[in-house]
Design a protein around this ligand. Structure first.
Ligand SMILES: *Cc1c(COP(=O)(O)O)cnc(C)c1O
Length: 431
């Protein structure tokens, strides 16, 4: 019998996250504050204290508290690693093997639960009662609502109005966890009212961040939670790659190529960084590939410089590959990939030549074709974002196989597409 998946037992769940900061080829540039420190102090005040500490820690391995490990296990971790034998067969591959990590098997449908649970856990420990955030596509808002509820906290979500209006089922999802969900711009914050006055009816991620930060700063025992880009978010996400490493150990194999989609960089960092450790410290050779959209090709068309994280310039400036914080990006179905900049850690590694990137056209035709082939062969429906990783993996696998190269590819399935069937219908079946 051929078993096409590798499991870890619950007690094999990693006990530490991997912090890459001390292993980077040069120290990570510090945040910069053109206003002389106010923005950094403001962010610190509204942050979860332990997350703020982790943001700059130089411990190589950060202990995952036992109670949090219990929450991870309850949420279905460790997640399986699958060998895509059926997809390989459809592609007629002879030499190349494809594996995929199952972050789609998460309670809210994406890898974002990994950091949401950690942030909610630390917030609860610190006596915080309410977590506030912004959401664009809705995946992060759902994950935080879930994590807050399981830790007996309130959640408040400012959701970009243009998406809030049509994704009604995802709104129901958040409300099932008791979250308060506001369409942004809202009337309950100064930033929201100003936005409405300016006629910004649709809203934007930047405006939603501004609303959330303002709301959090004015309420007692309230903190702001961020779902990507920051160092502590990537730290929490390394659970993905750490598990995958154990799973490859069991197979006595090791990946040659790692592929993940990249918006801000949290799922890409999550699966890659634990392997990057071997590249930086043990001279292993791995090709890391970030799959992006031409709507937001921050690693490809961006420049490596200091820029703000949000449109309203509430955050300090971070050194990252950026398209510019005021750049308008065309709408795509894989909304989670529409961010103007890539995480500082990923950007630094890209700058030093450790990361490749590809971008696919905004019509997303080739993306949904890859998603369909994956669904037909493997049977799991991927999120539109994850389908970029599938597209890139298929293209790379075919090319290497043609050259007769015996390579192992690992890709990350960052989420499922159950709540994106509308996008599938539009892209594949609607006339
Ligand atoms: C948010 C999201 C992404 C993009 O965010 P990253 O921080 O780049 O990982 C990708 N896939 C899914 C399913 C998401 O929810």
């Amino acid at each position: 019998m051929f078993i096409d998946r590798v499991e870890l037992e619950p007690d094999e769940l990693p006990k530490y996250w991997y912090n890459i900061l001390p292993d980077l080829p040069e120290p990570l540039p510090k945040p910069m504050d053109p206003t002389g420190g106010d923005k950094i102090r403001f962010l610190e005040e509204v942050s979860i204290p332990e997350c703020w500490r982790q943001e700059y820690t130089d411990e190589r391995f950060v202990k995952i508290p036992d109670e949090l490990r219990e929450l991870y296990i309850h949420a279905g971790r460790p997640r399986p690693l699958y060998r895509a034998v059926r997809l390989e067969k459809a592609l007629k591959l002879k030499k190349v093997k494809i594996f995929y990590k199952r972050e789609d098997l998460s309670p809210t449908g994406s890898h974002k639960v990994n950091t949401a649970l950690a942030q909610a856990y630390y917030a609860k420990k610190a006596g915080i009662e309410t977590l506030v955030t912004e959401t664009g596509a809705g995946q992060w808002g759902t994950a935080l609502s879930y994590a807050a509820k399981l830790n007996d906290l309130n959640a408040v979500v400012f959701w970009v109005r243009s998406v809030y209006t049509w994704k009604r089922d995802r709104r129901t999802f958040m409300r099932l966890y008791g979250a308060k969900v506001y369409a942004s711009p809202s009337k309950i914050t100064e930033a929201g009212r100003e936005g409405l006055k300016r006629g910004e009816k649709e809203g934007s991620l930047g405006l939603a961040i501004s609303e959330g930060l303002e709301y959090a700063s004015k309420k007692r025992n309230t903190a702001y939670a961020l779902g990507s880009v920051l160092n502590h978010v990537l730290l929490h996400q390394t659970i993905i790659g750490l598990e995958a490493k154990e799973q490859f150990n069991k197979l006595d194999m090791y990946p040659d190529i790692i592929v993940a989609c990249l918006g801000g960089g949290s799922n890409f960092g999550g699966i890659s960084l634990p392997f990057m450790m071997d590249v930086l410290n043990k001279k292993k050779k791995i090709r890391f590939v970030a799959a992006q959209s031409e709507a937001a090709p921050n690693l490809i068309k961006g420049t490596y410089r200091y820029d703000y994280g949000d449109v309203a310039e509430y955050t300090p400036k971070l050194k990252m590959y950026t398209l510019g914080h005021k750049t308008r990006m065309p709408p795509i179905m894989a909304d989670g990939l529409r961010y103007h900049a890539a995480a500082p850690i990923i950007s630094l590694l890209r700058h030093h030549g450790y990361i490749d990137a590809l971008a696919y056209p905004t019509d997303e035709k080739s993306i949904f074709q890859a998603a369909k082939l994956f669904t037909e062969t493997e049977g799991w429906i991927p999120a539109p974002e994850s389908s970029y990783a599938i597209r890139a993996t298929i293209d790379i696998a075919k090319e290497l196989d043609k050259k007769g190269e015996e390579k192992i590819i690992l890709m990350n399935i960052s989420g499922h597409g159950f709540l994106d069937l509308y996008a599938y219908r539009k892209k594949l079946f609607a006339k």
